[in-house]
Unconditional design. Structure first.
Length: 215
């Protein structure tokens, strides 16, 4: 961005699905929002209603796309779907509950906690691959001089977390320390100021827009 105007990007996690409610591993499986999830998405949309949003990028998975569509209703902006913003492909772990995962794949979490960047679930992808596909989509936004306001990016827990790690220069070993709740607002600001041009974290896991029954 050559005009040195700060760029704000809102990274938003989708609303609730039945698999979220049931505590199942949910990656690239395409699960719709629950009624509570739609209410969460509307709350996010209301929080951003008066922001001059100029672009909305979203994962094509319906839980993210439907969340993004509700945000778009208040703005004359069309959705831009990017496969790169999909959630972490969890392979054969998809759909398993915590107890089922521990029974069927004992030891996986220990390996993943020790090396989240390089440890892939059986039949899935490592987080390093998620970061390599998703982060460029966000980082390229700072190169667009024509942006007239903030940008919304609707995605998923770990996809958002690995993009935040990249923006803040954190090793992926720290990804477990980032809490990204359903329908949360996370924001980054890029300011071009000579050698100090960098992404900065402005908000993490902000849920002020959610009433107690939606948290």
């Amino acid at each position: 961005m050559s005009n040195q105007k700060p760029l704000t990007v809102y990274l938003i996690r989708h609303g609730e699905t039945a698999w979220n409610e049931e505590g199942r591993c949910q990656g690239v499986t395409d699960i719709p929002l629950t009624e509570k999830g739609r209410r969460q998405a509307r709350a996010v949309a209301n929080a951003l209603e008066r922001k001059p949003i100029c672009r909305i990028l979203t994962s094509p998975l319906q839980r993210a796309r439907d969340t993004a569509a509700l945000i778009a209703q208040a703005h004359a902006v069309s959705l831009e779907c990017h496969d790169e913003l999909k959630e972490w492909d969890q392979g054969r772990l998809e759909g398993l509950t915590g107890p089922e995962l521990m029974q069927d794949y004992p030891g996986f979490f220990e390996r993943w906690l020790a090396d989240p960047a390089g440890t892939a679930p059986p039949g899935g992808e490592p987080l390093r691959a998620v970061q390599q596909r998703a982060w460029p989509i966000l980082d390229r936004l700072r190169q667009h001089d024509a942006l007239t306001g903030p940008v919304v990016v609707v995605s998923h827990t770990l996809t958002i977390a690995v993009m935040l790690c990249a923006a803040l220069g954190l090793d992926l070993a720290q990804v477990h320390r980032l809490k990204i709740d359903l329908a949360s607002l996370n924001s980054l600001i890029f300011t071009e100021f000579g050698p100090f041009a960098m992404w900065r974290l402005a908000a993490l896991n902000d849920r002020h827009h959610l009433s107690d029954d939606l948290r």
